[in-house]
Design a binder for this molecule. Structure first.
Ligand code: S3P
Length: 162
């Protein structure tokens, strides 16, 4: 099996669905945010001390370490910020976009302060969401509309459509 990558905005359920897929298929599981934390330290601290650009560098570094086959991978919402990552995903993976509306993301994340890029003022967040959505759609091999669905339902839909 080609490695499966879950992509989507912050709060779209990539980690939860990734873990369910891991349980249901028995394939190994990786989370690029977790890989960054293990290798380079806490994400909020990296943003604060070294800046977003350096975080993106670390993110690309760990992405490249993911094996080509038999893994389920949850990615950070900004994985599409680099064209290099988009090319890598298109070339090496089967990419599943969890397409969650901005309204639902806003409801789920609320005032979450653990995500450095969610601390922004409202128009910026919407802009970020819209810009990235184009990119998610561009790299996706499969797009799943997730609004109103449980992680279990989303997982079942992915397995059915694979
Ligand atoms: C980011 C999303 C986060 C994490 C970092 C940056 C982003 O991951 O990688 O805070 O730029 O959207 P999640 O999508 O898992 O929240």
């Amino acid at each position: 099996m080609k490695t499966l990558y879950l992509i989507g905005f912050m709060g779209s359920g990539k980690s939860t669905v990734g873990q369910l897929l891991h349980h249901d298929t028995g394939a190994s599981y990786l989370d690029t945010d977790q890989m960054v934390v293990e290798k380079y330290g806490e994400i909020a601290a990296i943003f604060q001390r070294e800046g977003e650009l350096q975080f993106r560098h670390y993110e690309t570094d760990v992405l490249k370490q993911v094996p080509e086959k038999d893994y389920i991978v949850s990615t950070g919402g900004g994985i599409v910020e680099r064209k290099e990552n988009m090319a890598f995903l298109k070339d090496r993976g089967f990419v599943i976009y969890l397409d969650t509306s901005f309204a639902e993301i806003t409801q789920r994340l609320g005032n979450d302060t653990s995500r450095p890029l969610w601390g922004k003022a409202e128009p910026d967040k919407k802009e970020l969401y819209q810009r990235r959505r184009e990119r998610y759609l561009e790299v996706a091999d499969m797009t799943i509309a997730t609004d109103g669905k449980t992680p279990q339902e989303i997982t079942a839909e992915i397995l059915h459509r694979l």
